[in-house]
Ligand binder design. Structure first.
Ligand SMILES: Cc1ncc(COP(=O)(O)O)c(C=O)c1O
Length: 343
């Protein structure tokens, strides 16, 4: 992500639009290049919405990072339209979405650059490491250089450095592990998709817990977290967190997603105005910015009341595992009166 930001031309003091619901690296990578993260609100699929991206653009905005939260592709038609209208490079954070597709194109190949995490918990895991994709030749040259200490491969004299840059090269051991992991990816994506489709069908019968209404443009949905939704009103006013405790007690591995909290609630951002001030107060940036005043209402609502999520490993089994989850939810639903007394 750091390489991608530099490769698309982000400079100190530039603003970069970032998701409010994601792992905090989707935003902190911007601080790592001394630029300013500006948070945008979420759409109903927990992804950054094209409307909030467009609304947040200023004459200082140099790029936008979008995430495919949980692996569900962001609305790349709408986002690329905004990108075209404003000449705004889009960096796809694909850390959750190895193999997902939007209208037949794999994510990571739609924006200007797409970055994949390969750390131990991911669906393709080499221990650590990352992959960046781009369809733009100039961006590729820059990416290659920023990944390799500024070495400019197109030049004959390989000692020439493009810029100050670190060493982000992947080790051969990691690459060897990843080749094996990649050979399993398609089969695992299919198994997970079969299982969560079955789970979604079962949820249709249960009032108050809804699977995403899948957009037909999502032609392949590879998950890291399978995100779905809780509706408090349909659950007789029982808050989501009480429902969660009850289904967890029944053994259902349901949580709120790895990164349900809006990133700007992180102490790093909340305390940035008193002490930890770089790059917000760097000489290149003279706009007052105070993350304690940032508010993305949809993201906060999703985080507090709506988000439900199951991790990818739980979908590698069979239907019986899905039935266990459905049984737990049905049981809790049937005993809603007891839960209501607790709330
Ligand atoms: C959405 C997202 N972006 C970025 C990262 C950072 O990836 P890495 O740990 O490989 O640097 C992660 C997870 O670790 C993530 O979940």
């Amino acid at each position: 992500m750091i390489c991608a930001l530099k490769a698309v031309g982000v400079e100190p003091g530039d603003e970069v639009l970032v998701p409010s619901l994601s792992f905090f690296a989707s935003a902190t990578c911007v601080l790592c290049v001394n630029a300013i993260p500006v948070f945008v609100d979420a759409d109903p699929f927990f992804n950054p919405s094209a409307e909030s991206i467009e609304a947040a653009i200023t004459d200082r905005t140099r790029a936008a990072i979008i995430v495919h939260n949980g692996g569900y592709p962001a609305d790349m038609d709408a986002i690329m339209e905004v990108s075209g209208r404003h000449d705004l490079p889009i960096i796809e954070d694909c850390a959750h979405a190895h193999g997902s597709e939007w209208k037949g194109t794999r994510v990571g190949a739609i924006g200007h650059a797409g970055a994949f995490s390969l750390m131990a918990g991911k669906t393709v895991a080499g221990g650590e490491g990352g992959i960046i994709l781009t369809n733009h030749l100039e961006c590729r040259q820059q990416l290659y250089a920023y990944m390799d200490m500024g070495r400019w491969t197109e030049r004959e004299d390989k000692s020439v450095r493009l810029d100050m840059a670190a060493n982000f090269r992947m080790s051969e051991m990691t690459a060897a592990l990843l080749l094996v992991q990649l050979s399993r990816l398609d089969e695992q994506v299919e198994t997970r998709e079969r299982n969560f489709t079955y789970l979604a069908e079962g949820l249709r019968e249960i009032d108050g817990v809804d699977a995403f209404e899948r957009d037909p443009r999502v032609t392949r949905w590879s998950i890291y977290f399978w995100n779905f939704k809780y509706h408090q009103e349909a659950f007789d006013g029982v808050p989501r967190d009480i429902f969660l405790k009850a289904v967890q007690a029944e053994g259902a591995p349901i949580g709120v997603g790895g990164h349900g909290r809006p990133i700007y609630w992180n102490p790093l951002f909340q305390s940035m105005t008193d002490g930890n001030t770089w790059p917000i107060k760097c000489p290149g940036y003279d706009e007052p910015i105070d993350y304690t005043k940032t508010c993305c209402p949809n993201a906060e609502h999703i985080h507090r009341e709506v988000a439900l999520s199951i991790g990818h490993t739980h979908f590698l089994g069979d239907r019986e595992d899905m039935d266990l989850i459905l049984d737990a939810i049905r049981k809790v639903r049937a005993n809603i009166g007891e839960l209501k007394q607790l709330s």
